[in-house]
Design a protein around this ligand. Sequence first.
Ligand SMILES: [Zn+2]
Ligand SMILES: [Zn+2]
Length: 340
Amino acid sequence: MKNKMKAAFLVEHGAPLEIREVPVPEPGPGEVLVEIEACGVCHTDLHIWRGEHVPRKELPLILGHEGIGRVVLNGSLHPRLEIGARVGGGFVHSTCGNCRQCLTGYETHCAEVTATGFDYDGCFAQYVCMQENWVTPLPDNIDPIEFAPLMCAGAAAYSAVRKAEIEPDRLVAIFGCGGLGYYAIQFAKLHGARVVAVDTQDEKLNYANKLGADHIVRADHNPSKFIQDLGGADACLNFAPSLATWQQMLSSAGSRAIIVLVALPKGEVSFDMAVVVENGLRIKGSADGTRQELRELVKIAQNGQIANNIETVPFSDVNKALDRLAAGNLVGRQVLDMSE
Ligand SMILES: [Zn+2]
Ligand SMILES: [Zn+2]
């Protein structure tokens, strides 16, 4: 193990990240030091980079929260993870572990939730300290590049699909075909749903089709009418960072539909209460995924049931990756290869 590492620091919001050489951090009690092999680039990184989500740790801060790597040191008194074990870390860094939300399976909604690359330094680095209790153990034979985006994007999509209570033959409308939307289409299909994908771009819709979406419709071609003609959606999931999908979802929803909100467009929306009351709609928010959901997701991916569309980017090009994500026309996810 080296005693110096390269890491990409956010020094000033909106300015390029600075790759610096700094000492490798030391794991404290309950922490493991992980040598990072790959880290996905998430939209949340973009929001933090621009200062739209103001990080709670003072700058400079290392971003990145879709990290896969191997344990190289364990600071726990009673270590569970062996040196060399492959693990993954997502956005949730830790929670209190002791409140009603934590104890009843809703730990990502704990009032004391902290986040990687936000409250603590993240994985755009060769080494990072993670909470031993919060890393996801991974099989040794996985491809770290393929698995990295599952840690945040995959987990968030999986959790949202679970909250939609999908049963076989239900009609599920996925609004927004980016990284999360693509995962959600596949998870909804694994639940036996009929899936309608909605997006503004043909290229993204065509890829949604390849992933198994039964129907595709452009967001500017009256998707609500299209979906109502199919019988109305039993669930609508929003992954599009746009307020415009809100009215479309309300008018696409069938009776007793569940609307799950995941994306965080800025601003407010309004609605006619009668639409919600008379149709018995349920509206849920969903953030990240729990540790249990991540473990289930890893099993599904390990069985080869999830297609990824990944562009591998060398770590030294981290700023190019952020710029490309900001441009908004990526079809898949970018993953930084940290092995250079
Ligand atoms: Zn808690
Ligand atoms: Zn993320």
